[in-house]
Design a protein. Structure first.
Lengths: 204, 204
DNA sequence: TACAGATATCACCGCGCAGTGACATCCACA
DNA sequence: TGTGGATGTCACTGCGCGGTGATATCTGTA
């Protein structure tokens, strides 16, 4: 919420998108409406209609704004020049994703939103995120050998799905599927388990 | 929606709970309100307040009504007398859970609901479900040997988390984490991957 | 039959929401 | 200087919601 109150359309639009992100991150998509957003952005709701054609447009803008998410968060984990083995790369990706996801309330809320009421816009945001992963997996497949009898995309999908679910569940509950998830040592347990799965599946 | 329109309180209550379940299963928790519920149940909303003290009471009733879920769906998978190895049991549990979950729109919506706006009642429903699993795992641990260096609860939590997420994602999208999830053969791929993970982790 | 209590219905309130038309203000440029 | 368009504000409508008090209707029982 910078000043921005100076007849500067670009600045106002930024303020609105920024307010939307913070509002969703804080409050979730419930209570996310035109009135609440205008209040948070400190502008009149009319501007939301004028500049974004309503809430959907704002969500789209968030999506575009989030294009950098994969790049910023994931690329560093992947582009390491000294690529070791495939399982090692996958491990790095999985643990990095776990951490990035854990630290990002907005992403968690968006995911919950998508589960709750699927919409094309939300789907697009998620798809974009997934695409980053897919691209990397494809590249890595070319570069490094994988055991022939392993359906790597399916395995990886399961691993990432597990990570997302655990993070989401832990965000709203003290326990997840019987595991206490309240302290950092619990997360260490999860990390160890992820490593074990990857090692077991890929190095046999 | 049976007849039920005959001054029979018990029957009316059943109609309300039943309507609530079907409404949530169909429409999700969005648009789940007193007015909509009364409409669906074919009664006046006042009765919802009188008999259940409002929506929360209805959700509680659903929870109690769902006590049978774990028992009905999971017990058959677990209580097989000729218990083979631990991984075999776990495999049976995982695949059974996948199928049961896939066939149960209500459960999916409830899970999404919990992610979206955590509430004590929803948490209770989920906890109940988790408890069934936990109990079983505890029993199984006593009965059958597990590799010493494997944190079975953590591994199992991840596996179940993956399953739930994949099912939830596939329910609202054609793809999940890069995998197409539109045909039954895709599900077969998932099942194979689950089996592979369990085998790899537990039988080394 | 008459009545008490359980059951069901109805009418209504206040609220916050999404959306819009009309108006105010500012500024670039003629 | 003044005027048109961009930017921002305001007031209002209509709607569905959650919630509640008053009322109607049925039924067992005295």
């Amino acid at each position: 919420m910078p000043e921005a109150r100076s007849r500067d359309r670009a600045e106002t639009e930024k303020a609105i998108v920024s307010a939307a992100k913070s509002l969703i991150a804080k409050r979730g998509f419930q209570n996310f409406g035109v009135n609440a957003l205008a209040r948070e952005a400190g502008c009149d709701k009319q501007l939301i209609y004028r500049y974004f054609d309503g809430l959907e447009g704002v969500v789209d803008a968030i999506g575009e704004d989030l294009t950098s998410w994969v790049r910023d968060r994931l690329r560093p984990l992947l582009a390491l020049g000294e690529s070791r083995s495939y399982p090692e790369l996958m491990e790095r990706l999985a643990l990095g994703l776990l951490q990035a996801y854990r630290d990002d309330p907005l992403m968690k809320k968006l995911k919950a939103w998508e589960f709750a009421e699927p919409s094309p816009q939300l789907a697009r945001i998620t798809a974009m995120r997934a695409k980053g992963l897919a691209v990397w997996m494809h590249e890595a497949r070319g570069a490094i050998e994988i055991p022939k009898d392993v359906d790597a995309p399916a395995i990886n999908a399961l691993i990432i799905a597990a990570i997302e679910n655990i993070v989401l569940t832990a965000a709203t509950s003290e326990t997840a599927y019987g595991m206490s998830m309240s302290s950092e040592s619990d997360w260490e347990r999860v990390r160890k388990a992820i490593k074990l799965i990857i090692q077991s599946v890929y190095v046999k």
